[in-house]
Design a protein around this ligand. Sequence first.
Ligand SMILES: O=C(O)CCCC[C@@H]1SC[C@@H]2NC(=O)N[C@@H]21
Length: 189
Amino acid sequence: MQTQKEKLFSTQNMVLIAIFTALIVVCSWIRVPVQPVPFTLQTFAVFVTAGLLGSKRGTISVIVYILLGIIGVPVFAGQVKSGPSVIAGPTGGYIVGFIFTAIVTGLIVEKAANKLEGVAKIAVTALAMIVGDVICFAIGTIWFMILMKNGLVATLGLCVFPYIIPDIIKIIVAVIIVDRMKKYVRYFD
Ligand SMILES: O=C(O)CCCC[C@@H]1SC[C@@H]2NC(=O)N[C@@H]21
């Protein structure tokens, strides 16, 4: 009988975690490098990862992604693309926020959405991603304000407003992908 820990770190789960870490890396490279905050597909990747793998495995994928960046692999999207200085920089709050996005989105999907069917399941999956995104933006914005000594309104103009419509589109696409792909990943649960 496998313990919870052995199950979480089974070979299948390690492979899944590696695949989804790679997805986050690739989605970080797909970016429009505007300053100070680039447009990227990182949140999309975190939504899909947490939606398909759930809270624990999804969060581990995000943490592995961040650790890769911290040790120097160029996986971040900002001007400086790796190293601890990125976390300490203006977009570091979003990167830390991805961890909480994965925890919260994964938990809501596991505990609520996966127990539902049809439209209700899709609606709760979308809600899970919206809540996760709001948390990421909140941490990213507060981080940016403190670091850049900016006011709230100016920071919202730089860090939130331009990204709302793109992030809504990402959520719609992520919900469709999670809905269609869930049956393949459930095999490994
Ligand atoms: O430097 C990094 O790697 C982090 C960049 C963070 C970009 C944020 S994530 C939420 C929002 N949506 C985007 O497309 N860009 C910002």
